[in-house]
Design a protein around this ligand. Structure first.
Ligand code: AMP
Length: 424
């Protein structure tokens, strides 16, 4: 009787400990990467993001193809038989010519200065025979994986068929890592799986900051709406030393403190949440900075009348469009002290030159901090567009290639395309 009792107690403790272990997130830095495998002579299925804009059969921006080159070139150089797979746009079902990846195969051949073979299908006869016939150092591009509705459904039979084309799987499509699709996650059930170089860089920079940032760690959050960034703010409050808030979402915070914000963007239904976030930051000893002054406009227009007012006296008919000069000074001082910076969302309506000043000054400060040794990461939403438009992109340590994936990563969510990769 006593023995049975002890055993049951022991089992309960065990079950509890196991459960605890299972719920502990595995470090993203612990995932196998391409270089952990000998790829020579192996057929390697590489998930890339070739979802490029195409107009009248012409690729109008090949940035995403260029971004995948290091992984593809490494595989070719090391004698792998490369099988590339990607989605393009949103085909309804089956083959639709405007969603064909054929123009991408042509562009990729030019960039690699080497012919990339194009398959007419994804898991059909053509894909199978062409992947089987690949020689060491050759590359094949499969057709748009979204021609199969099984892709988005993460259908196991489809994932297994895909996997049967290869002996190793590499995921280099960080921008799709938040989706549990057959080609981003399902396929890993049947193949050893590694990150490509582009994916690796995202994991090292963003994962590195979230798991083990050099301090002080400063997050700069802006953009239009608090509601889009709630998850990011609450996750980062647990990790950063300072949180700088700007952009349209600052006005919900300002109003939650009892001020009026005129016609500024404000989410009335998020006022309580804003208060709670401010209280959470205070209880955690996180310095949360809100604008002290603002550039306001009489209308939402690039030529609008403008003036600078304090956050406690925004006139009724005016709207906050940018952070003011005093605020810029305080934010820049905080950024200067940082050793790790994550920036998501512009400080104002940067698309209008008259209201781009705050974003420009913050971008310059982040770039300077970077030059002085801080790790700077820009990603998610419009911040990449802002930093690029203002000419600071090359100064940042890392510009994230993911939109939704970056936001979900910053929210602390599990990314299926990452957690599915083999552990070291
Ligand atoms: P997000 O995609 O969330 O990063 O939001 C970016 C958008 O927020 C940009 O288009 C900005 O113009 C806009 N934005 C930033 N500040 C403001 C503001 N004070 N009022 C209105 N829109 C803003």
């Amino acid at each position: 009787m006593t023995l049975l009792y002890i055993k049951r107690t022991f089992d309960k403790i065990n079950a509890f400990t196991n459960r605890k272990e299972a719920s502990q997130p595995m470090s993203v830095l612990n995932k196998k990467s391409l270089e952990d495998f000998d790829v020579r002579g192996k057929r390697v299925l590489v998930r890339v993001d070739f979802n490029v804009p195409i107009k009248d059969g012409e690729i109008t921006n090949d940035k995403r193809i260029v971004a995948a080159l290091p992984t593809i070139e490494y595989l070719i150089k090391n004698g792998a038989r490369v099988i590339l797979i990607s989605h393009l746009g949103r085909p309804k079902e089956g083959w639709e010519p405007e969603f064909s990846l054929a123009p991408v195969a042509a562009r990729l051949s030019e960039l690699l200065e080497k012919k990339v073979i194009m398959a007419k299908d994804v898991i059909g006869e053509d894909a199978k025979s062409k992947s089987a016939a690949l020689k060491d150092g050759e590359a094949l591009l499969l057709e748009n994986v979204r021609y199969h509705k099984e892709e988005k459904k993460n259908d196991p039979a489809f994932a297994k068929e895909l996997a049967s084309l290869a002996e190793l799987y590499v995921n280099d499509a960080f921008g799709s890592a938040h989706r549990a699709h057959a080609s981003t996650a399902g396929v890993t059930a049947y193949l050893p799986s590694a990150s490509g170089f582009l994916m690796r860089k995202e994991l090292e920079f963003i994962g590195g900051a979230l798991e083990n940032a050099k301090r002080p760690f400063v997050a700069i959050l802006g953009g239009a709406k608090v509601s889009d960034k709630i998850g990011v703010i609450s996750n980062l409050i647990d990790k950063v030393d300072s949180l700088i808030i700007g952009g349209g979402m600052a006005y919900t915070f300002i109003k939650s403190q009892g001020f009026t914000v005129g016609k500024s963007l404000c989410e009335e239904d998020k006022l309580n949440l804003a208060k709670e976030l401010l209280a959470k930051a205070e209880s955690k000893g996180v310095k949360l900075l809100l604008p002290l002054d603002n550039v306001v406009a009489d209308r939402f227009d690039p030529e609008a009348e403008k003036k600078t007012v304090s956050s406690s006296s925004i006139p009724d008919d005016w709207m906050g469009m940018d952070i003011g000069e005093k605020t810029v000074k305080i934010y820049v001082e905080e950024i200067k002290k940082a050793k790790t910076i994550i920036w998501n969302g512009p400080m104002g309506v940067f698309e209008f030159d008259r209201f781009a000043g705050g974003t420009l000054d913050v971008a310059r400060a982040v770039a300077e901090a970077s030059e002085n040794g801080a790790v700077s990461i820009v990603g998610g939403g419009d911040s990449v567009a802002a930093v690029t438009k203002l000419g600071f992109a090359s100064k940042m340590s890392h510009i994230s290639t993911g939109g939704g994936a970056t936001l979900e990563f910053l929210e602390g969510k599990d990314l299926p395309g990452v957690s599915a990769l083999s552990d070291k």
